[in-house]
Design a protein. Structure first.
Length: 338
C-alpha cells in the first residue's frame, strides 16, 4: 500500500501543501472550515506525519524538554499530563529530564541535553523555574523556554503560576476560623519559591487574626513524605502540643496523619491536619485531607502551549498568567477540643 504523504493530503483535500502544513502545526491563518476539511482527510487517509521529514523541513525537532527536580512523583505525573496534552495538540513530543538543581554541573548537563536532543524549547518546573543562572544561560543560547510556578518577575519570558501565598493564607484562616490558635507549620524544600510563598501566607493569616507567631511551631521539611515524618515527630513532641498542623504539601501532611494515628491521637478530634496541592493521596487516605487544589496540570498545559506558539512565531506576545488555588475542606480538620 502506497504511503500517504503531505502531498497526498493536499491533493485529496484540494488545498495547498502549505495549508496542510499550517493545519498540521496548528498555526493561524487557516479558516475553521478549511482546518476541519484537512483534519477530516487526515482521518480518512489515516495520515501520520513523518517527524524526521517534518523536522528537517522546518529546521525543528518538534521536541519540548521538561526539567524537574521534585521528590513528589504525583507532582511530576501531573506536570507530565498537562505538558503532554499541549504537545499532542500541536504534534510535538515531550522529553522528561530529571536533574539536580544543586549539582555542580547543572549548566553543563543542560548544554549536553540541548546538543544531543535538539530541543525546540524547554519548560522549567520548580526549582528550575526560579534559577536565575539557568534562565540567563537559556537566554544567552536563544533557547525558547516557559516557567511553571515561578516567583521571578520577568516580563520577557512565559510564566504560568498559581497564587500559593493566597492559598496558604486561606487554609490557615480556615483553621483559625474553626477555633485553632496554636497551628504548626511544616516548610517545603528550601530551593522552591513555593516554600517561602506558603510560609508567608501562613504568617499573614496569623498576623491578620492577631495570633502571635511562634517559631517553635515551624519545622523544616523538603516536600518528601520522610521529611514530613521527621517534622511530625518534633511537632507532636511539643508540650503543649499544637491543636493543628499545616504541612506545605499533602505527602508531608499524610506523614503527620500517620504518626498522629500511631500515637493514638484521633484526627481531627485531637489534632487537625491540612496539606497543600490536592495530590491523589489527599483523597485516598482517611480521614481525607483538607488541602489547597493547585492547578498543576493546567499551569503546565498553558505554559507548554504558549511555548509552542512562541516557537512557531517569535512575535507572539509573552504570556503570563496567575491561576486560582482553591481551598478544599475534608474530614481532617475540625474545631479543637475545649
Amino acid at each position: 500500500m502506497k504511503k500517504v504523504t503531505i502531498n497526498s493530503v493536499a491533493t485529496y483535500a484540494g488545498v495547498s501543501k502549505k495549508t496542510v502544513s499550517r493545519v498540521l502545526n496548528n498555526e493561524p491563518n487557516v479558516s475553521p472550515a478549511t482546518r476541519e476539511k484537512v483534519l477530516k482527510v487526515f482521518k480518512e487517509l489515516d495520515y501520520t506525519p513523518n517527524p524526521i521529514a517534518r523536522g528537517l523541513a522546518r529546521n525543528r525537532s518538534f521536541i519540548i524538554g521538561c526539567l524537574y527536580d521534585n521528590p513528589s512523583k504525583s507532582y511530576i505525573t501531573r506536570v507530565q499530563s498537562g505538558a503532554l496534552e499541549a504537545c499532542h495538540k500541536h504534534n510535538y513530543n515531550l522529553l522528561i529530564h530529571p536533574c539536580e538543581l544543586r549539582g555542580d554541573a547543572l549548566i553543563e548537563n543542560i548544554e549536553h541535553l540541548l546538543t544531543t536532543s535538539r530541543l525546540d524549547g524547554m519548560v522549567l518546573t520548580p526549582p528550575f523555574s526560579d534559577s536565575e543562572e539557568l534562565i540567563a544561560f537559556l537566554k544567552k543560547k536563544n533557547i525558547h523556554f516557559a516557567r511553571v510556578a515561578s516567583a521571578i518577575d520577568d516580563a520577557e519570558s512565559i510564566s504560568v503560576r498559581s497564587n500559593d501565598e493566597q492559598g496558604a493564607y486561606e487554609i490557615t484562616e480556615h483553621l483559625i476560623n474553626l477555633g485553632h490558635t496554636s497551628i504548626a507549620f511544616i516548610k517545603g524544600h528550601p530551593d522552591h519559591s513555593a516554600t517561602e510563598q506558603r510560609f508567608n501566607g501562613y504568617q499573614r493569616a496569623l498576623r491578620e487574626h492577631n495570633i502571635a507567631f511562634n517559631p517553635q511551631l515551624v519545622a523544616e521539611g523538603n516536600f518528601s513524605y520522610h521529611s514530613g515524618a521527621d517534622s511530625a515527630k518534633a511537632i507532636l513532641d511539643l508540650n503543649p502540643r499544637p491543636s493543628a498542623v499545616f504541612a506545605s504539601n499533602d505527602y508531608m501532611a499524610a506523614a503527620v496523619l500517620k504518626l498522629a494515628t500511631q500515637r493514638q491521637l484521633k484526627v481531627p478530634e485531637d489534632i487537625s491536619i491540612a496539606g497543600f496541592d490536592n495530590a491523589p493521596i489527599a483523597r485516598h487516605i482517611w480521614p481525607g485531607l483538607t488541602t489547597i487544589a493547585q492547578p498543576v496540570e493546567e499551569m503546565t498545559r498553558q505554559a507548554v502551549e504558549q511555548l509552542i506558539l512562541q516557537i512557531s512565531d517569535e512575535q507572539t506576545p509573552v504570556y503570563q498568567a496567575t491561576l486560582e488555588a482553591k481551598l478544599i475542606t475534608r474530614e481532617s480538620t475540625a474545631k479543637p477540643r475545649c
